[in-house]
Design a protein. Structure first.
Length: 79
């Protein structure tokens, strides 16, 4: 889990130039489901029911990275 925490901290400190694969890796570590059925967006669904669609084009806009980090933070606070 230390690797995932380091990745999360790097995203928090610099939300620019991330790939969708990095976000998917963090989603797997935190139990967030995702799907992309032939669309340009990946939809992330947290166990709490929160939904976050993120465009899969690279680079991902910093606003989406910040929203994803906030989603993970809210999951960690709930635990």
């Amino acid at each position: 889990m230390a690797k995932a925490q380091k990745l999360l901290e790097r995203m928090r400190n610099n939300p620019r130039n991330w790939r969708i694969d990095d976000i998917k890796a963090l989603a797997d570590r935190h139990g967030i489901e995702y799907r992309q059925h032939g669309t340009s967006h990946v939809t992330f669904r947290a166990p709490s029911g929160a939904v976050l669609p993120i465009p899969a084009a690279r680079p991902i806009a910093p606003v989406y990275v910040r929203q994803f980090v906030a989603l993970i933070d809210s999951l960690e606070e709930a635990e």
